[in-house]
Design a protein around this ligand. Structure first.
Ligand code: ATP
Ligand code: MG
Length: 429
């Protein structure tokens, strides 16, 4: 058996191969069936000629519709008209699983494709996105490993709220209430006192009620935390990681990128350092571009689009006002109204892919901010303990894996960056 990608080569011309796959499209005319076969690696044309295969097999070839699974044997031949330039002239056509009339045809509504997600994920675009995503994650893992980070497994069921209490998913947990994790950050912070440099790849859950093209209720989060790291060093880690992830995609997935109409050359430029822009400068820039914003305004998708649409590499926005960000960030001594933090925005209008900061080490400030938010300190005693026993300066960040996939694959909507998107409107299939 050979993979279709490998069968499409001069080396195989004149040789007999066996391929296994699914019918991608098919037509027949006058005693010949032209079927295009798909496997996980690509597509290839198969011609089944009456007389070249047993009659019963030819019969099966004519009635095998889209998505029927088959095993084909035959000789590879060059054919300029076939997709990829080669075809298989079948000497054997084994029908394994006949498909009923496939419910997805060429032009379908987004809603229908979401209802039929379990079938739509077979599409070539979805397959390409899945491979790009895997290459991004693998590039990230390798970068972390090469740079001395230890992968750890924080809990998903928690009692803390690192981000925004209005987007917590509550669950019944025996006779108590618990939450699905919004971020592993606090647990990663606790692990730096032994491991120093840690990262985790976990699902995070946020009950995002507004429907935006960049929010999922369940997303995959790549988070890191490191001791002895200030926020400038933290940004260096982020640009090193992001470029390693993207370069791995360029190296491994050039065909998938082309299928997604993303020029690999446009990604090759993602090399550190990325530009840095103070929040204050971002505000001035937005005002000049006609946005109705002032110091203290949050940056949403619209503002981030303006900030990045003319850029072809990512940019850090640095030192946000405190009221826009969570309580655990380190106060900026140069301007106490702000934190030592940054968001990393992807270029070409895509916007935020990472949020990071140096972490506050002063328990008094943390307690003050928790009180202001009306949080019960009881839930945070263990977190406050971390500052009591050998506290160190430290920093970390969270990268949204589907956000980076959306950007790298140039997707219009984040739901296409995950096989089964979970949004306010959808938990089926
Ligand atoms: P946003 O302002 O876009 O809602 P955030 O400030 O809530 O993002 P963080 O809490 O800093 O984001 O989370 C870290 C990263 O996780 C973000 O930079 C983003 O890449 C990703 N992320 C956050 N929320 C979501 C979501 N609902 N769906 C997908 N990815 C998300
Ligand atoms: Mg958010």
């Amino acid at each position: 058996m050979v993979a279709i990608k490998d069968a499409l080569s001069k080396d195989h011309v004149g040789k007999k191969v066996q391929v296994k796959g699914w019918i991608y499209r098919t037509r027949s005319s006058g005693g010949i069936v032209f079927a295009v076969l798909r496997d996980s690696t690509g597509i290839i044309q198969v011609t089944v000629k009456k007389g070249n295969v047993p009659d019963a097999e030819f019969e099966n070839a004519t009635k095998s519709g889209i998505e029927s699974s088959v095993i084909i044997e035959g000789e590879v031949a060059e054919d300029k008209r076939a997709p990829g330039g080669f075809e298989i002239r079948a000497s054997k056509f084994q029908l394994v699983g006949i498909a009923e009339a496939f419910p997805i045809t060429e032009y379908q509504s987004t809603e229908l494709l979401l209802d039929l997600r379990h079938l739509w994920i077979r599409s070539r675009e979805q397959t390409a996105v899945a491979k790009v995503k895997a290459a991004l994650v693998r590039g990230g893992r390798e970068w972390f490993h090469d740079n001395g980070y230890v992968e750890v497994n924080p809990p998903i069921v928690t009692g803390v709220c690192p981000e925004d209490s209005t987007t917590l998913f509550q669950m019944k947990y025996f006779d108590r209430i618990a939450y699905l994790s919004q971020s592993a950050q606090f647990y990663l912070e606790s692990l730096i006192f032994s491991l120093e440099k840690v990262y985790a790849i976990t699902p995070s859950f946020r009950a995002e009620k507004s429907r935006t093209p960049r929010h999922l209720a369940e997303f995959w989060h790549m988070e890191m935390e490191a001791a002895w790291l200030d926020n400038d060093e933290n940004m260096k880690v982020q640009e090193g990681l992001v470029s390693a992830m993207v370069q791995n995609v360029v190296a491994e997935c050039s065909e998938e990128l082309r299928l997604l109409k993303r020029d690999p050359a446009s990604l090759k430029k993602m090399e550190p350092p990325f530009d840095r822009m103070k929040y204050d400068e971002a505000m001035e820039y937005l005002q000049k571009k006609g946005h109705d914003v002032s110091w203290g305004s949050d940056l949403g998708a619209v503002e981030e689009r303006t900030l990045t649409v003319d850029r072809d590499t990512p940019v850090f926005i640095v030192n946000y006002p405190k009221e826009l960000k969570p309580f655990y960030m380190k106060e900026n001594p140069e301007d106490k109204r702000t934190y030592k933090n940054s968001d990393l925005l992807a270029p070409e209008g895509f916007g935020e892919i990472i949020g990071g900061s140096e972490r506050e080490t002063d328990n008094n400030l943390i307690i003050e901010r928790l009180r202001e938010k009306g949080e019960s300190l009881d839930n945070y005693q263990w977190y406050l303990d971390l500052r009591k026993y050998g506290s160190v300066p430290h920093s970390g960040f969270g990268l949204g894996i589907e956000r980076i996939v959306t950007w790298v694959c140039k997707l219009e909507h984040i739901r296409d960056a995950i096989p089964y998107p979970r949004t306010v409107a959808r938990v089926y299939p």
